[in-house]
Write a protein that binds this ligand. Structure first.
Ligand code: GRF
Length: 192
């Protein structure tokens, strides 16, 4: 049995693409039923179209409240019988409406060793802080910003004089591998 999931993304979508490819090669035993995207101009939408993944695209500005658009999202998730929500560069806090509908079923990837450097530009934050080590965290989503229980982490050493671009490239490459492996572990266990 493969796990029916939805991926939420707001921008480039390289993690989305890596996960779709991992399902095609059966490294990740999941079926990506839907891409949910809150940015009608995001490149990830083009990726989904090329890969033949259905999309639900919405503009938050067209809704009065977060609860209103999350209700529409839930309707779509139920229509596609989705069991897990996988965030991959979704630039928005998940509200109580969605959290209550999918308790302990929403997972996020963040490009730092949480609890260090939560929020935006985590790789840049680590670079500017001059730390010798940073990495990736996969965690359960709660109402906070990158605060939920940690599922798995992967550290990398920052080389002396390494550029921000180089660290970014290495972290993104690692994310693509680590996310599919961690999700596969979670889905195999069947619970968090
Ligand atoms: C990744 O670094 C991910 O960890 C963070 O947002 C970025 C998304 O990149 N949450 P992409 O859109 O998957 O290329």
């Amino acid at each position: 049995m493969t796990m029916p999931i939805a991926i939420f993304a707001s921008g480039n979508g390289s993690n989305f693409q890596a996960l779709v490819e991992a399902t095609a090669s059966s490294e990740l035993l999941a079926t990506i039923k839907l891409l949910v995207c809150d940015n009608p101009n995001a490149y990830v939408i083009e990726r989904a179209q090329k890969l033949g993944i259905p999309t639900f695209i919405f503009n938050p500005k067209n809704y009065a409240t977060k609860a209103d658009f999350e209700k529409d999202i839930i309707e779509q998730l139920n229509e596609h019988a989705v069991s897990y929500i996988v965030l991959a560069g979704y630039m928005r806090l998940i509200g109580p409406t969605l959290l209550n509908a999918f308790p302990k079923k929403i997972i996020n990837i963040h490009p730092s060793l949480l609890p260090s450097f939560p929020g935006k530009d985590a790789i840049g934050q680590a670079f500017r802080a001059g730390v010798k080590q940073t990495g990736i965290t996969v965690h359960v989503v709660d109402e906070g910003m990158d605060t939920g229980p940690i599922i798995a982490q992967k550290p990398i050493n920052i080389e002396d004089n390494e550029s921000l671009e180089s660290i970014e490239a290495r972290i993104h490459e690692l994310e693509h591998d680590f996310y599919k492996a961690t999700l596969q572990m979670v889905f195999r266990k069947g619970e968090l």
